[in-house]
Design a protein around this ligand. Structure first.
Ligand code: ZN
Ligand code: ZN
Length: 339
Protein backbone atom coordinates (compact mmCIF):
# COMPACT_ATOMS: atom_id res chain seq x y z
CA UNK A 1 0.00 0.00 0.00
CA UNK A 2 1.46 3.40 -0.94
CA UNK A 3 0.84 6.73 0.70
CA UNK A 4 -1.25 7.80 -2.31
CA UNK A 5 -3.94 5.37 -1.31
CA UNK A 6 -4.31 6.74 2.17
CA UNK A 7 -6.54 9.59 3.27
CA UNK A 8 -4.35 12.63 4.09
CA UNK A 9 -5.17 12.23 7.79
CA UNK A 10 -5.87 8.71 8.93
CA UNK A 11 -6.09 8.35 12.71
CA UNK A 12 -6.62 4.78 13.87
CA UNK A 13 -9.59 3.64 15.93
CA UNK A 14 -9.30 3.98 19.68
CA UNK A 15 -9.64 0.97 21.92
CA UNK A 16 -13.25 -0.24 21.88
CA UNK A 17 -14.32 2.55 19.51
CA UNK A 18 -17.41 2.20 17.32
CA UNK A 19 -16.84 2.25 13.56
CA UNK A 20 -19.28 5.18 13.22
CA UNK A 21 -17.38 7.20 15.80
CA UNK A 22 -14.08 6.52 14.07
CA UNK A 23 -15.54 7.45 10.67
CA UNK A 24 -16.77 10.83 11.93
CA UNK A 25 -13.38 11.51 13.52
CA UNK A 26 -11.70 10.61 10.23
CA UNK A 27 -13.84 13.15 8.39
CA UNK A 28 -13.03 15.85 10.94
CA UNK A 29 -9.32 14.98 10.91
CA UNK A 30 -9.39 15.63 7.16
CA UNK A 31 -11.03 19.00 7.71
CA UNK A 32 -14.32 17.94 6.13
CA UNK A 33 -17.89 17.69 7.24
CA UNK A 34 -19.07 14.13 7.64
CA UNK A 35 -21.50 14.10 4.73
CA UNK A 36 -18.95 15.68 2.37
CA UNK A 37 -16.23 13.29 3.45
CA UNK A 38 -18.48 10.25 2.90
CA UNK A 39 -19.63 11.48 -0.51
CA UNK A 40 -16.06 12.06 -1.66
CA UNK A 41 -14.77 8.80 -0.19
CA UNK A 42 -17.51 6.34 -1.04
CA UNK A 43 -19.41 8.04 -3.87
CA UNK A 44 -22.98 9.28 -4.11
CA UNK A 45 -24.40 5.85 -4.75
CA UNK A 46 -23.17 4.46 -1.44
CA UNK A 47 -25.23 5.62 1.52
CA UNK A 48 -23.55 5.34 4.89
CA UNK A 49 -25.91 6.86 7.42
CA UNK A 50 -29.24 5.32 6.47
CA UNK A 51 -28.14 2.08 8.15
CA UNK A 52 -26.62 0.88 11.38
CA UNK A 53 -23.00 0.54 10.21
CA UNK A 54 -21.83 -0.58 13.63
CA UNK A 55 -24.09 -3.60 13.42
CA UNK A 56 -24.08 -4.31 9.69
CA UNK A 57 -21.17 -2.65 7.97
CA UNK A 58 -21.16 -3.33 4.23
CA UNK A 59 -17.97 -4.83 2.78
CA UNK A 60 -17.26 -1.74 0.63
CA UNK A 61 -17.21 0.42 3.76
CA UNK A 62 -14.91 -1.89 5.73
CA UNK A 63 -12.59 -2.36 2.76
CA UNK A 64 -12.31 1.34 1.99
CA UNK A 65 -11.71 2.25 5.62
CA UNK A 66 -9.04 -0.42 5.88
CA UNK A 67 -7.22 0.64 2.69
CA UNK A 68 -7.51 4.39 3.21
CA UNK A 69 -6.23 4.31 6.76
CA UNK A 70 -3.71 1.49 6.46
CA UNK A 71 -5.53 -0.48 9.15
CA UNK A 72 -5.79 -4.29 8.88
CA UNK A 73 -9.28 -5.39 7.84
CA UNK A 74 -9.60 -7.53 10.97
CA UNK A 75 -8.98 -4.46 13.15
CA UNK A 76 -11.61 -2.50 11.19
CA UNK A 77 -14.11 -5.34 11.68
CA UNK A 78 -13.41 -5.37 15.40
CA UNK A 79 -14.83 -1.82 15.53
CA UNK A 80 -18.25 -3.34 14.83
CA UNK A 81 -20.69 -5.19 17.08
CA UNK A 82 -19.54 -8.35 15.34
CA UNK A 83 -17.04 -8.76 18.22
CA UNK A 84 -19.92 -9.78 20.51
CA UNK A 85 -21.00 -12.68 18.31
CA UNK A 86 -21.02 -15.93 20.27
CA UNK A 87 -20.85 -13.93 23.51
CA UNK A 88 -23.89 -11.65 23.67
CA UNK A 89 -25.80 -13.15 20.75
CA UNK A 90 -25.46 -16.36 18.76
CA UNK A 91 -26.04 -15.27 15.17
CA UNK A 92 -25.84 -12.02 13.28
CA UNK A 93 -28.94 -11.16 11.32
CA UNK A 94 -29.78 -8.45 8.84
CA UNK A 95 -32.93 -7.27 10.57
CA UNK A 96 -34.89 -7.74 13.76
CA UNK A 97 -33.75 -7.55 17.35
CA UNK A 98 -30.31 -8.89 18.27
CA UNK A 99 -30.18 -10.06 21.88
CA UNK A 100 -28.59 -7.44 24.15
CA UNK A 101 -27.86 -4.96 21.33
CA UNK A 102 -29.67 -1.63 21.49
CA UNK A 103 -31.46 -0.71 18.26
CA UNK A 104 -30.91 2.71 16.67
CA UNK A 105 -34.33 2.91 15.00
CA UNK A 106 -33.07 4.61 11.90
CA UNK A 107 -35.59 6.49 9.84
CA UNK A 108 -33.95 7.92 6.74
CA UNK A 109 -30.76 9.34 8.19
CA UNK A 110 -32.31 10.25 11.47
CA UNK A 111 -31.96 8.16 14.55
CA UNK A 112 -35.22 8.21 16.39
CA UNK A 113 -34.16 5.92 19.19
CA UNK A 114 -31.90 6.04 22.21
CA UNK A 115 -29.67 3.13 21.28
CA UNK A 116 -26.32 4.78 21.99
CA UNK A 117 -25.50 5.52 25.61
CA UNK A 118 -22.51 7.32 27.07
CA UNK A 119 -20.54 7.80 30.27
CA UNK A 120 -19.80 11.53 30.72
CA UNK A 121 -16.68 10.79 32.76
CA UNK A 122 -15.21 8.45 30.11
CA UNK A 123 -15.82 11.19 27.51
CA UNK A 124 -14.27 13.79 29.81
CA UNK A 125 -11.14 11.70 30.32
CA UNK A 126 -10.62 11.04 26.60
CA UNK A 127 -7.93 13.10 24.89
CA UNK A 128 -10.30 13.12 21.96
CA UNK A 129 -13.86 12.10 22.92
CA UNK A 130 -15.10 8.95 21.19
CA UNK A 131 -18.01 6.53 21.50
CA UNK A 132 -17.63 2.91 22.55
CA UNK A 133 -19.02 -0.39 21.29
CA UNK A 134 -19.97 -1.30 24.85
CA UNK A 135 -22.35 1.66 24.98
CA UNK A 136 -24.60 -0.12 22.46
CA UNK A 137 -25.04 -3.05 24.86
CA UNK A 138 -28.37 -3.15 26.73
CA UNK A 139 -27.12 -4.22 30.20
CA UNK A 140 -24.35 -1.60 30.04
CA UNK A 141 -26.45 0.86 32.01
CA UNK A 142 -23.63 2.04 34.25
CA UNK A 143 -19.91 2.56 33.82
CA UNK A 144 -17.97 -0.12 35.69
CA UNK A 145 -14.89 2.13 35.78
CA UNK A 146 -16.51 5.28 37.12
CA UNK A 147 -19.41 3.63 38.94
CA UNK A 148 -21.82 6.18 37.55
CA UNK A 149 -24.99 5.78 35.53
CA UNK A 150 -24.79 6.14 31.77
CA UNK A 151 -27.09 8.50 29.84
CA UNK A 152 -29.13 7.59 26.77
CA UNK A 153 -30.08 11.13 25.81
CA UNK A 154 -28.83 14.68 25.94
CA UNK A 155 -29.77 15.99 29.40
CA UNK A 156 -30.63 19.41 27.99
CA UNK A 157 -32.75 18.69 24.90
CA UNK A 158 -33.61 14.99 25.48
CA UNK A 159 -32.51 13.94 21.99
CA UNK A 160 -30.65 10.68 21.39
CA UNK A 161 -26.95 10.70 20.51
CA UNK A 162 -26.29 11.10 16.76
CA UNK A 163 -22.82 12.57 16.32
CA UNK A 164 -22.91 12.11 12.52
CA UNK A 165 -25.50 14.91 12.47
CA UNK A 166 -23.35 17.44 14.32
CA UNK A 167 -22.92 19.76 11.34
CA UNK A 168 -26.21 19.09 9.54
CA UNK A 169 -28.26 22.27 9.32
CA UNK A 170 -25.50 24.21 11.09
CA UNK A 171 -23.51 25.81 8.24
CA UNK A 172 -21.90 28.19 10.73
CA UNK A 173 -20.24 25.35 12.63
CA UNK A 174 -16.77 24.35 11.62
CA UNK A 175 -16.04 20.66 11.28
CA UNK A 176 -13.86 20.36 14.33
CA UNK A 177 -16.58 20.06 16.94
CA UNK A 178 -15.78 17.07 19.10
CA UNK A 179 -18.25 14.17 19.03
CA UNK A 180 -19.40 14.87 22.58
CA UNK A 181 -21.28 18.01 21.49
CA UNK A 182 -25.02 17.33 21.20
CA UNK A 183 -26.00 17.47 17.52
CA UNK A 184 -29.32 19.04 18.38
CA UNK A 185 -28.66 21.73 20.99
CA UNK A 186 -24.87 22.04 21.25
CA UNK A 187 -24.68 20.86 24.87
CA UNK A 188 -21.38 19.33 25.87
CA UNK A 189 -22.29 15.78 26.94
CA UNK A 190 -19.18 15.71 29.14
CA UNK A 191 -21.00 18.11 31.47
CA UNK A 192 -23.84 15.62 32.09
CA UNK A 193 -24.54 14.53 35.64
CA UNK A 194 -22.51 11.63 37.08
CA UNK A 195 -25.25 9.92 39.04
CA UNK A 196 -23.83 7.28 41.40
CA UNK A 197 -25.01 3.69 40.95
CA UNK A 198 -27.49 2.68 43.62
CA UNK A 199 -25.93 -0.57 44.77
CA UNK A 200 -28.81 -2.37 46.49
CA UNK A 201 -27.28 -5.85 46.26
CA UNK A 202 -23.50 -5.95 46.48
CA UNK A 203 -23.24 -9.45 45.04
CA UNK A 204 -25.51 -8.72 42.07
CA UNK A 205 -23.70 -5.47 41.26
CA UNK A 206 -20.29 -7.08 41.58
CA UNK A 207 -21.17 -9.80 39.07
CA UNK A 208 -22.78 -7.20 36.86
CA UNK A 209 -19.74 -4.88 36.89
CA UNK A 210 -17.43 -7.82 36.18
CA UNK A 211 -19.47 -8.76 33.09
CA UNK A 212 -19.49 -5.13 31.93
CA UNK A 213 -15.72 -4.89 32.22
CA UNK A 214 -15.43 -7.89 29.90
CA UNK A 215 -17.94 -6.36 27.47
CA UNK A 216 -15.90 -3.15 27.56
CA UNK A 217 -12.74 -5.10 26.73
CA UNK A 218 -14.31 -6.66 23.65
CA UNK A 219 -15.67 -9.78 25.41
CA UNK A 220 -12.47 -11.85 25.34
CA UNK A 221 -12.50 -15.55 26.15
CA UNK A 222 -12.02 -15.74 29.88
CA UNK A 223 -11.71 -18.98 31.77
CA UNK A 224 -13.32 -17.40 34.82
CA UNK A 225 -16.40 -16.14 33.01
CA UNK A 226 -19.01 -18.21 31.24
CA UNK A 227 -20.80 -16.06 28.65
CA UNK A 228 -23.79 -18.40 28.72
CA UNK A 229 -24.60 -16.62 31.99
CA UNK A 230 -25.42 -13.50 29.95
CA UNK A 231 -27.77 -15.55 27.80
CA UNK A 232 -29.61 -16.81 30.89
CA UNK A 233 -29.59 -13.27 32.28
CA UNK A 234 -31.38 -12.23 29.09
CA UNK A 235 -34.04 -14.89 29.65
CA UNK A 236 -34.43 -13.80 33.30
CA UNK A 237 -34.83 -10.17 32.19
CA UNK A 238 -37.52 -11.28 29.75
CA UNK A 239 -39.36 -13.03 32.58
CA UNK A 240 -39.02 -10.01 34.88
CA UNK A 241 -40.65 -7.86 32.19
CA UNK A 242 -43.28 -10.41 31.19
CA UNK A 243 -46.96 -10.12 31.98
CA UNK A 244 -47.09 -13.71 33.22
CA UNK A 245 -49.41 -14.17 36.20
CA UNK A 246 -49.82 -10.43 36.29
CA UNK A 247 -46.15 -9.62 36.65
CA UNK A 248 -45.80 -11.61 39.84
CA UNK A 249 -42.11 -12.41 39.34
CA UNK A 250 -41.17 -8.71 39.37
CA UNK A 251 -43.47 -8.30 42.37
CA UNK A 252 -41.71 -11.15 44.17
CA UNK A 253 -38.24 -9.64 43.59
CA UNK A 254 -39.45 -6.17 44.57
CA UNK A 255 -40.73 -7.55 47.89
CA UNK A 256 -37.56 -9.57 48.53
CA UNK A 257 -35.20 -6.70 47.77
CA UNK A 258 -37.24 -3.67 48.77
CA UNK A 259 -36.64 -2.18 45.31
CA UNK A 260 -39.31 -0.67 43.05
CA UNK A 261 -40.58 -2.78 40.18
CA UNK A 262 -39.38 -1.65 36.74
CA UNK A 263 -42.12 0.23 34.91
CA UNK A 264 -43.34 -1.99 32.11
CA UNK A 265 -44.15 -0.80 28.63
CA UNK A 266 -47.67 -1.74 27.59
CA UNK A 267 -47.53 -4.89 25.47
CA UNK A 268 -44.63 -7.18 24.74
CA UNK A 269 -41.43 -5.29 24.13
CA UNK A 270 -37.93 -6.74 24.25
CA UNK A 271 -35.70 -5.41 27.01
CA UNK A 272 -33.58 -3.70 24.34
CA UNK A 273 -36.41 -1.32 23.52
CA UNK A 274 -36.67 -0.08 27.11
CA UNK A 275 -35.17 3.24 28.09
CA UNK A 276 -32.21 3.25 30.42
CA UNK A 277 -33.80 3.63 33.90
CA UNK A 278 -36.36 0.84 33.41
CA UNK A 279 -33.83 -1.39 31.65
CA UNK A 280 -31.37 -0.86 34.48
CA UNK A 281 -33.97 -1.88 37.04
CA UNK A 282 -35.08 -4.96 35.07
CA UNK A 283 -31.51 -6.16 34.47
CA UNK A 284 -30.70 -5.59 38.15
CA UNK A 285 -33.66 -7.78 39.12
CA UNK A 286 -32.41 -10.48 36.75
CA UNK A 287 -28.88 -10.37 38.24
CA UNK A 288 -30.36 -10.73 41.69
CA UNK A 289 -32.33 -13.76 40.51
CA UNK A 290 -29.14 -15.33 39.09
CA UNK A 291 -27.31 -14.84 42.40
CA UNK A 292 -27.07 -17.88 44.71
CA UNK A 293 -28.19 -19.93 41.73
CA UNK A 294 -30.64 -21.64 41.69
CA UNK A 295 -32.10 -20.99 45.15
CA UNK A 296 -33.83 -17.69 44.36
CA UNK A 297 -35.45 -19.00 41.19
CA UNK A 298 -36.69 -21.99 43.18
CA UNK A 299 -38.02 -19.71 45.88
CA UNK A 300 -39.89 -17.67 43.27
CA UNK A 301 -41.34 -20.89 41.93
CA UNK A 302 -42.44 -22.04 45.40
CA UNK A 303 -44.01 -18.63 45.94
CA UNK A 304 -46.02 -19.23 42.75
CA UNK A 305 -44.41 -16.20 41.12
CA UNK A 306 -42.79 -18.20 38.36
CA UNK A 307 -44.00 -21.17 36.31
CA UNK A 308 -41.44 -23.79 35.40
CA UNK A 309 -42.62 -23.90 31.78
CA UNK A 310 -41.59 -20.22 31.37
CA UNK A 311 -37.96 -21.03 32.03
CA UNK A 312 -37.45 -22.44 28.55
CA UNK A 313 -40.14 -20.50 26.73
CA UNK A 314 -38.90 -19.05 23.39
CA UNK A 315 -35.42 -20.02 24.47
CA UNK A 316 -34.00 -22.46 21.94
CA UNK A 317 -30.37 -21.49 22.70
CA UNK A 318 -30.56 -22.29 26.41
CA UNK A 319 -27.19 -23.60 27.68
CA UNK A 320 -27.02 -27.17 28.96
CA UNK A 321 -26.62 -26.28 32.67
CA UNK A 322 -29.72 -24.12 32.56
CA UNK A 323 -31.74 -26.59 30.51
CA UNK A 324 -30.86 -29.33 33.03
CA UNK A 325 -32.01 -27.14 35.90
CA UNK A 326 -35.29 -26.30 34.13
CA UNK A 327 -35.93 -29.99 33.49
CA UNK A 328 -35.17 -30.92 37.11
CA UNK A 329 -37.57 -28.33 38.42
CA UNK A 330 -40.20 -29.73 36.08
CA UNK A 331 -39.61 -33.24 37.42
CA UNK A 332 -39.90 -31.92 40.98
CA UNK A 333 -43.17 -30.25 40.03
CA UNK A 334 -44.57 -33.44 38.54
CA UNK A 335 -43.55 -35.41 41.63
CA UNK A 336 -45.26 -32.91 43.92
CA UNK A 337 -48.42 -32.94 41.85
CA UNK A 338 -48.56 -36.75 41.93
CA UNK A 339 -48.26 -36.95 45.70
ZN1 ZN B 1 -16.94 5.88 32.51
ZN1 ZN C 1 -29.05 18.42 23.26
Amino acid sequence: MTEMHLWPAHPHPYRGELLSSWLVRLAHANGLKVQTFCRLSFGNEFQVWNRDIDRLAPAWLLDTMSKKTGTPLSRVESATLHIYKGKLFEHEKASGQLPWILPLQIYHRKRMGFGLQFCPQCLAEDTEPYFRLAWRVAPFTFCPTHQCMLHDQCPRCSQGVAFHRIELGHPELNSTNPLCICWSCGYDLRDSERAPVHNWSSHAFQSWAKALRLVENGAPINSRFDYSKLSVLHQMTKLVLSDGIRGRLAEFIATETGQPKPKKLPGRFPVESYRLPERHQAVGFAWWLLGRWPSRVKRAWHAKSLRFNWLLRDYAEAPVWYRTFAKNIRTAFLEISHQ
